[in-house]
Design a protein around this ligand. Structure first.
Ligand code: NAD
Ligand code: IPM
Ligand code: MN
Length: 363
């Protein structure tokens, strides 16, 4: 198959991890007979520097025409002045909104070789397999903002339709997994959470085979640490999902490991690791590229319907986690390029006949 992928490297470690992810996709293309065309565009701080805008029109236009978009990270101290008129993160929010990708899938698994890096006792990490479905285009991120000298407000708003569509996505995904959805809110305090809870409860009746439970976000933050293996699909609003998934990354051993897929109604998706631009290690060639590489695997699965190829990348990553090399954040010494090369080499170790059949078909 032929696919057009727009890459948005962004700032800090973004370009470093994205280079690795693109190299893995190229290696997959070479081995499976597909043809991926890459086109790189500006977003975030580097786009502000070059054009004055965090999401230039040319970037948006290219993304809308692409089959999928792969993003590194945006932001950094250079653009973080609280007085700044324009911020890199606005570019990220704008591209999510413009592509209509309201469901952000953030899977969490704990590789046995890394369990000792987690602050939790190893036995709690057995069988951890959670899929967070974070609402991505609503809530406090997108509400009206006001600011005077001594007051600031961020409006948090949700419509029933916004909650319905992300809930349906979560239940459909749970059907393919362990048929259990935990909806996280703050319905004891927030009106938006009460609307969220009643909408989720109503939509759940369309999925009688899937069990629903509600959990308040504060106790959820605790339960994620005390009983992580209990959870299957966790659906929640934008801000709660942002916070809970960074917490969840600590269970996996590093923020650098977690991928994400942001999906809307069509097949064009936005794929990005959940971490940021990591200014403290940017430019050193030591960032862990596995979150970005696993995001590329999600791109193949969700936007290009290449499940075998996606599974092969995931198996190659797992092989590298089992056998090394490891990057610094997970206790090793290897740099970004060494991890990239190890994943590419592992593609051949884990390749199945189904993966290689594309190669045979292409002679
Ligand atoms: P961060 O995720 O950039 O970094 C947090 C910590 O995790 C740092 O110590 C960093 O070194 C480490 N880390 C992150 N990714 C890593 C990787 N791949 N390998 C090894 N270590 C890694 O969060 P922050 O420091 O709070 O934010 C920095 C900037 O990134 C901010 O401007 C923020 O807005 C932005 N940000 C962007 C995105 C995105 O583009 N999707 C996501 C989160 C934060
Ligand atoms: C993420 C990031 C973004 C978010 C920021 C950079 C806008 O933290 O993708 O998790 O909060 O959504
Ligand atoms: Mn975040």
């Amino acid at each position: 198959m032929k696919a057009r992928i727009v890459t948005l490297p962004g700032d800090g470690v973004g370009p470093e991890v994205l280079d690795a992810a693109v190299a893995v996709l190229e290696a997959v293309a070479e081995r499976s007979g597909h043809s991926f065309e890459f086109e790189s565009h500006l977003i975030g701080g580097c786009a502000i520097d070059a054009t004055g805008e965090p999401l230039p029109a040319a970037t948006l236009e290219a993304c809308k025409k692409a089959d999928a978009v792969l993003l590194g990270a945006v932001g950094g101290p250079k653009w973080s002045d609280p007085q700044a008129k324009v911020r890199p993160e606005q570019g990220l929010l704008a591209i999510r909104a413009a592509l209509g990708v309201y469901a952000n899938l953030r899977p969490l698994q704990v590789h046995p070789a890394l369990a000792s890096l987690s602050p939790l006792k190893n036995e709690k990490l057995k069988h951890v397999d959670v899929l967070f479905v974070r609402e991505l285009t609503g809530g406090a991120y997108f509400g009206a903002k006001t600011r005077t000298t001594d007051t600031a407000t961020d409006e948090c708003k949700y419509t029933v339709a916004e909650v319905e569509r992300v809930t349906r996505r979560a239940f459909a995904l749970a059907r393919e997994r362990r048929q259990h959805v935990t909806s996280v809110d703050k319905a004891n305090v927030l009106e938006t959470s009460r609307l969220w809870r009643s909408t989720v409860t109503r939509i759940a009746t369309e999925y009688p085979d899937v069990k629903l439970e509600h959990q308040l976000v504060d106790s959820m933050a605790m339960l994620l640490l005390t009983q992580p293996a209990r959870y299957d699909v966790i659906v929640t609003e934008n801000l709660f999902g942002d916070i809970l998934t960074d917490e969840a990354a600590a269970l996996a051993g590093s923020l650098g490991l977690l991928p994400s897929a942001s999906l809307g109604e069509g097949t064009v998706g936005l794929y990005e690791p959940i971490h940021g631009s990591a200014p403290d290690i940017a430019g050193q060639g030591v960032a862990n590229p596995l979150g970005a590489i696993l995001s590329a695997a999600m791109l193949l699965r969700h936007s290009l319907d290449l499940d075998v190829e996606a599974t092969t990348i995931e198996a190659a990553v797992s092989h590298v986690l089992s056998n090394g090399p490891h990057s610094r954040d997970i206790g090793g010494k290897a740099g970004t390029a060494a991890i990239r090369d190890a994943v590419i080499a592992a593609l051949d170790d884990v390749a199945t006949p189904a993966f290689l059949s594309g190669l045979r078909a292409c002679g």
